[in-house]
Design a protein around this ligand. Structure first.
Ligand code: NAP
Length: 254
């Protein structure tokens, strides 16, 4: 087992999509748990200004647009000393595979959620290997474990993130790098603002992700719904698939 425990205390982290939602909560939690420095990957460098008085030079905003290769290259030059990479940035473009818009929504979801994550990760792997202890944290989704038809293309992008996470874990098994997959359920952020259902808080997700680093966890189900899905998925993945498909059918009947 790899089993590396990667406490943020005294370490340098890089969080993509740090300006809002889950990424912002993880950034704050890392700083609160003693991170030496957190690079906040953002598309608007001023978006972290409100946190500067509290965290000063420990918080370093870095321009990062995962659709722009040059910005990824520049960001990875700045973040050379990273030890904990949190691949959090993501987009949600609704749609399934029986629509006129399938290819468009596929391109949007995959460009950021999959290609962006892979480009950033492979650009930093050699750096991470040079650290004494390091981690790659990939934010997938419960929809990466079982698809919801109304969000079929997004689900496919998050399933790719899950598979990439498994592959990295295998390839990096004998190294110093902990590879963690995070599988949130519905969380109260901008991404789910139109979704009317019970949601957990980004703060809760952040606490569980950072605790997962401290404990050396490879799978993190960071909220109430995902804990239930995670337990069921481990024993009966087909039941989860049917439940998710049925959830959407019921919604459509209303
Ligand atoms: N909320 C949920 O229910 C839920 C559930 C499961 C998984 N997740 C996953 O959790 C992660 C965070 O989601 P969230 O709920 O916090 O969503 P959010 O509030 O919409 O935040 C998304 C973040 O990703 C950034 N981002 C989007 N496109 C980008 C790009 N091209 N380059 C760089 N950054 C980009 C956004 O930056 P801008 O502000 O510049 O757009 C923002 O910081 C995502 O990967 C999402 O798929 C969320």
């Amino acid at each position: 087992m790899n089993g590396n425990k990667v406490s943020p205390e005294g370490r340098v982290a890089f969080v993509s999509g740090a300006n809002r939602g889950i990424g912002r909560a993880i950034t704050i939690e890392l700083l609160e748990k003693g991170a030496k420095k957190v690079y906040a990957g953002v598309r608007n460098l001023k978006s972290m200004d409100d946190l500067k008085p509290e965290y000063g030079n420990r918080l370093v905003p870095v321009f990062l647009d995962l659709r722009d290769d040059r910005s990824i290259i520049k960001a990875t030059r700045i973040t050379k000393d990273v030890e904990i990479l949190i691949n959090n940035a993501g987009v949600y473009e609704a749609g399934g595979f029986c629509s006129d818009d399938t290819l468009d929504s596929m391109a949007v979801n995959f460009e950021v959620n999959v290609w962006g994550l892979v480009k950033l990760t492979v650009s930093l792997i050699d750096r991470l290997k040079q650290r004494e202890n390091a981690a790659i944290v990939n934010v997938s989704s419960v929809l990466g474990l079982a698809s919801m038809p109304v969000a079929g293309v997004y689900s496919a992008s998050k399933a790719a993130v899950h598979s990439i996470t498994q592959s990295l874990r295998g390839e990096l098994f004998l190294t110093n790098i902990l590879v963690m997959g995070v599988y949130p359920g519905p969380i109260d952020t901008e991404m789910t603002k139109d979704l009317e259902m019970e949601k957990d808080s980004p703060v809760n997700v952040a606490r569980n992700v950072v605790q997962g680093l401290i404990d050396g966890k490879e799978y993190v189900f960071p909220d109430m719904m995902s804990k239930q899905v995670g337990d069921l998925y481990m024993t009966e993945p087909l039941v989860v698939e049917k439940q998710f498909a049925n959830f959407v059918s019921l919604e459509e009947e209303v």
